[in-house]
Design a protein around this ligand. Structure first.
Ligand code: HEM
Length: 204
């Protein structure tokens, strides 16, 4: 079994975001297209898009339960310091606000399919609000990795002589900069000086 760095959360987040975003886009098209022009979407195409939108939403909701569980695992295991802990809590809070709306939209859509209801503006409103919350959640998640470096084993160090691209700009030499791509997460957690234990001022 290959080691997944830093954990499984980043594997699932993309499904959560992509499946919901496709569902939102398709439901919006299905809702507005007939209002723009009744013949814009032929009935057979509408039927197909409705099915695709629903399944994206339903599968996305199921996977999001795994995403959130993996998020809690990441929250409790990834090495962090006080500022990144605050950023993690903010990301978690956005996620826990998004989750119930995501699930509600999926259940509403299931009921709509069962009872053969047509799309209404309240459902489209819920999808759009949830989409915005989801994007904010994902953006705050990206901040954790790309701004605070959570789960990152080593960072490139551009200073100094190193290899040059054809255009001429050099980057630091990986052998001399301490860049260590073959470290494991365990090594990193041992070497970091910002483990949770070092920061008794914050608690989960
Ligand atoms: C709707 C649910 C969620 C979404 C869409 C989401 C999205 C993301 C994204 C996009 C990243 C950056 C991953 C990368 O760039 O590789 C991330 C990282 C992270 N998220 Fe979430 N997240 C969700 C729920 C949660 C929850 C509930 C927690 C904690 C309780 C959490 C904790 C973390 C942590 C600790 C990281 C840092 C990387 C890691 O250790 O995996 N997330 N998240």
């Amino acid at each position: 079994m290959p080691e997944i760095i830093p954990n499984l959360h980043p594997v699932f987040v993309h499904f959560t975001v992509a499946l919901f975003s496709i569902a939102t886009a398709l439901f919006v098209v299905l809702f507005f297209a007939p209002k723009i022009h009744p013949g814009l979407l032929p009935e057979r195409l509408r039927e197909q898009l409705r099915t695709v939108a629903r399944w994206n939403l339903w599968i996305g909701a199921a996977i999001t339960l795994v995403t959130v569980a993996a998020g809690f695992f990441a929250f409790n295991s990834v090495a962090h310091d006080a500022p990144s802990h605050a950023a993690m809590k903010l990301h978690r809070n956005w996620a826990l606000t998004t989750l119930p709306l995501y699930l509600a939209a999926a259940l509403w859509s299931m009921y709509g399919a069962y009872a053969r209801k047509t799309l209404n503006r309240f459902f489209i409103g819920l999808m759009l609000i949830t989409q915005l919350l989801l994007l904010s959640t994902a953006w705050h998640g990206g901040e954790l990795v790309y701004r605070y470096g959570l789960g990152v084993i080593s960072l490139p160090q551009p200073e100094g002589d190193g290899h040059a691209h054809d255009g001429g700009h050099g980057h630091g030499d990986a052998r001399e900069t301490g860049h260590a791509p073959d470290m494991s997460m365990e090594d990193m957690n041992m070497e970091t000086d910002t483990t949770p234990e070092d920061h008794p001022d914050h608690a989960h």
